[in-house]
Every structure is written in structure tokens, then in C-alpha cells.
Design a protein around this ligand. Structure first.
Ligand SMILES: Cc1cc2nc3c(=O)[nH]c(=O)nc-3n(C[C@H](O)[C@H](O)[C@H](O)COP(=O)(O)OP(=O)(O)OC[C@H]3O[C@@H](n4cnc5c(N)ncnc54)[C@H](O)[C@@H]3O)c2cc1C
Length: 410
């Protein structure tokens, strides 16, 4: 047993939540040991970097907190403690300037690569004295706050006893980055209430006909609106040979999941011309001349070129309705039956993990006083758009604050 002395604390998990927590704890004077199972830290953070690297969002605080749905009241607190403005200042302090895109999303300036940010961050942690112990997998708890660890290269097992611990072990998608969710049964065994993982921000599967798959393959539908169970999201979707991808599909994952849970399929409704008012759409459809083919009429009058006619034939009635009102209803409300969500490992994020009833307001486990939890391993979900990373940063900072207060009191 290695007794870590005084203010020696352990952070387990080297994703954005754990790294930020380690930084805050080290800045407050703790001697931090960061244990990471992989050979390097921040692997999923780098994966996020390949897809645009959307760090946060510049939208108003109330709207922002609302992105975390029923956890909004908690996230209001976390975001007030480490806000999107704080995140941008943090990046600037590491030499990485950011900008707000037209959609309100916050990105690093184009000349800063994700690896530049991670490299600067790791250098800062080392300068603060954080001891980065990579290839160290947390296996479970021992008595009196002890942590069992295994060196992934040598297989050697050790036990350490820090003054306090912060777990930031991530969700359960993209297992190759280290976020394999294998910690969940271990916490369950330790008496911590958990929720099983579910895919969030992922594609949806549709049982297309063979004809559709071959003809359409992979094609975008731009500027559409997608609805499910009363929620509507605008944007671009991608038709693929297995179903649908794209921001509106990802954002509706909670609604689709809920419908599938009560016995699928779940129904998405597609509006192909959301910029037109119902009257405008009707007016355009009323101008259709007899004899004009559906495909050329849709292309010319409504700029609905391929693959829309094929999609309408696949999901709509056998013949395009002659009555303008029926045609308008079809274009504004095309039902798409979803048979399932894409596999967990492909998802951008996961719902499930440590249940909120397991935690006090400082994100400390009731079952393990002195052990705090942050990041995606907590049971929350949010859409893409910078809300995921910001949520991890903010919970990391909040849990670090709780840990510091706990150390002062103990
Ligand atoms: C393709 C993709 C694109 C994304 N793009 C964006 C984006 O643009 N914007 C955005 O906001 N979010 C994005 N995300 C989501 C974001 O990357 C995650 O929400 C975030 O990385 C989660 O941070 P975390 O620190 O909670 O966990 P993780 O980043 O998953 O880190 C957890 C760490 O814990 C380690 N670990 C796990 N178990 C153990 C153990 N037993 N012992 C020791 N270490 C362990 C893992 O190896 C891992 O390094 C994207 C995700 C994906 C997959």
C-alpha cells in the first residue's frame, strides 16, 4: 500500500473532465496523481478534434443550461462555476485562441490543431507538478479510500491511498479511445447506483428497401426539419444505406430512444421545405401542370432534386398525391420509421452511468465519502454543439471544487 501524503489526491481518467479537474486541484496546491489506463491521455478529446472540435457554445446561459434537459438546474450551477467564457479564457491561457462560428459554436482558431491544445495542456499540468501515470488502470476500491490499480504493460498491481479521489472515467462509446465503460459494474459492486449505458447523439437505422439502398446510397438532404415526439430540429441530414445520420438525428436521440423503449419502431417526421409557410407550399404545389413528371416538378418548383422523389416513393404513397393539400402534407410531414439506434460504440456520447441519486450536490459519492465524479460518466446527455465538452469541463471544475472543500473539512 502506497500512502499518499497530506494533500496528495488521485484523479482517475485522463479525458477533458479529469485533466481539467487535475489542473484546478494542482493550482489549488494539491499534489495530484493522474491515473490513465491508456498509453496517452485525451484520446477521445483528439477524436472530437477530428470532427470540427467544437469546444463550447456562445449561447445565452439559460438556453445553454436547458440543453441538459431535466438536469438543467444542476448544470446551471456547474456552468456558472466554469462557464463557456471561462473555457475560452482557459484555452487562451494555454496559447489557443478561439472564435464563435455563425451557429454560435466555439472553435479553436483554424491554425490550432487539437493536438496543439492537448500538448500545451499536458505541459501545463506537468509544470504544475501533476504526476501523469499512464497505463494505470483503476480496478476498484479498497478499504478507507484505497484504490487498486494495474499497470497495463507489466500487469503489476498496486494499491494507493490518496487523501481524496476524483473519478472521470468517461462514457461507453469509442472504446478504442479508452472510454469502454468497464468501470460501471465495479461501481455497482461498491454500492453506487448506476444506470445502464445507452447510445446518445448517434445515427438511426431505417429498413430501406434494397432498391432504395442501391439507388440512393449516401446523400445529404439540406435545410430540412426533423421532428419526433413534439421536438423539432433544423439542419442537414444524411441518408445512408443503413438509415440516417446528421445533427437533427443526433439531437432527437432521446425521443427516438424513448419511443423504441415502449415497443418500436420510432417515428421521425421529415419536413422537406421548412422555410416555406404552409400557404406558400400549397401555392407552389397548386401550380403543377398536368403531364409534368413528379421528379421534374419537384426539382423545378421546389428545388427538391434527387434523392427526394426516390425517398417519397420509398416512404410515401405509391403515387404522388394529385391534390395540392395532400402533397403539401406529405412534403411537410413525411414519416420515417426508425427500427433502432446505431450501436453504442459508434455514438458520439452515451447516456447512463453514475445515477444522480448516488451523489451529493458537490458530486461526491454518498457510498464513498471523499470520492468525487465528473464528466461523461455521470448520467446526463446533451446534443452536439459544444455542450458535451463544456459539460465535462464544468463538472470537472465543480467536482474539483467539492473535493477541495472536503479536504479542508477533513
Ligand atoms: C467522434 C466524436 C466527436 C466528438 N465531437 C465533440 C465536439 O465537437 N464537441 C463536444 O463538445 N464533444 C464532442 N465529443 C464528445 C467528447 O469528446 C466527450 O464528451 C468527452 O471526451 C468526454 O470527456 P470525459 O473526460 O468525461 O471522458 P473521456 O474523454 O472518455 O475520458 C475518460 C478517460 O478515462 C480513461 N479510463 C476509463 N476507464 C479507466 C480506468 N478503469 N482506469 C483508468 N483510466 C480509465 C479512458 O482511457 C479515458 O482516457 C465527441 C465525441 C466523439 C466520439
Amino acid at each position: 500500500m502506497q500512502q499518499l501524503s497530506g494533500k496528495e489526491v488521485a484523479v482517475v481518467g485522463g479525458g477533458p473532465a479529469g485533466l481539467l479537474a487535475a489542473q484546478r486541484l494542482a493550482e489549488a496546491g494539491c499534489r495530484v496523481h493522474l491515473y490513465e489506463a491508456q498509453a496517452t491521455v485525451g484520446r477521445k478529446f483528439l477524436v472530437a478534434g477530428h470532427g470540427g472540435f467544437n469546444l463550447s457554445n456562445a449561447e445565452d446561459a439559460t438556453l445553454f443550461a436547458g440543453r441538459y434537459a431535466h438536469r438543467a438546474p444542476d448544470f446551471r450551477r456547474f456552468l456558472a462555476h466554469f462557464s463557456p467564457t471561462d473555457l475560452r479564457a482557459w484555452a487562451t491561457d494555454l496559447g489557443i485562441s478561439t472564435f464563435v462560428g455563425t451557429s454560435g459554436r466555439v472553435f479553436p482558431q483554424a491554425h490550432h490543431k487539437p493536438a496543439d491544445l492537448l500538448r500545451a495542456w499536458v505541459a501545463r499540468l506537468q509544470a504544475l507538478g501533476v504526476v501523469l501515470q499512464v497505463r494505470h488502470r483503476w480496478l476498484g476500491f479498497g478499504p478507507n479510500g484505497a484504490l487498486h490499480l494495474r499497470h497495463e504493460a507489466t500487469g503489476e498491481q498496486t494499491t494507493v491511498r490518496p487523501a481524496a479521489t476524483l473519478l472521470a472515467l468517461g462514457g461507453a462509446s469509442w472504446a478504442k479511445t479508452g472510454s469502454d465503460g468497464a468501470w460501471l459494474p465495479e461501481l455497482e459492486r461498491a454500492g453506487v447506483p448506476v444506470r445502464h449505458f445507452a447510445a446518445a447523439n448517434c445515427g438511426a437505422e431505417v429498413a430501406w428497401s434494397e432498391f432504395f439502398r442501391e439507388k440512393v446510397g449516401r446523400q445529404p438532404l439540406k435545410n430540412v426539419a426533423l421532428s419526433c415526439a413534439g421536438a423539432t430540429v433544423r439542419g442537414e441530414i444524411m441518408l445512408t444505406d443503413y438509415g440516417l445520420e446528421g445533427t437533427p438525428v443526433y439531437a432527437l436521440t432521446p425521443q427516438v430512444r424513448a419511443q423504441l423503449a415502449i415497443g418500436g419502431p420510432a417515428l421521425l417526421h421529415l419536413h422537406l421545405k421548412p422555410d416555406l409557410s404552409p400557404a406558400q407550399l400549397l401555392d407552389k404545389l397548386a401550380r403543377r401542370k398536368p403531364g409534368k413528371s413528379v421528379a421534374s416538378f419537384l426539382g423545378e418548383a421546389l428545388r427538391l432534386g434527387p434523392p427526394v422523389p426516390t425517398l417519397l416513393r420509398e416512404l410515401g404513397p405509391a403515387t404522388f398525391p394529385a391534390a395540392p393539400s395532400e402533397a403539401a402534407a406529405l412534403l411537410a410531414n413525411l414519416p420515417i420509421p426508425v427500427t433502432s439506434l446505431r450501436p453504442l460504440d459508434e455514438a458520439i456520447s452515451t447516456a447512463g452511468g453514475v445515477a444522480w441519486e448516488a451523489l451529493n450536490e458537490h458530486l461526491m459519492l454518498h457510498a464513498r465519502p471523499g470520492t468525487f465524479v465528473a464528466g461523461e460518466m455521470l448520467d446526463w446527455e446533451a446534443p452536439t454543439g459544444g455542450y458535451l465538452l463544456q459539460g465535462c469541463f464544468s463538472t470537472g471544475a465543480w467536482a474539483a471544487r467539492g473535493l477541495l472543500q472536503w479536504l479542508e473539512m477533513s
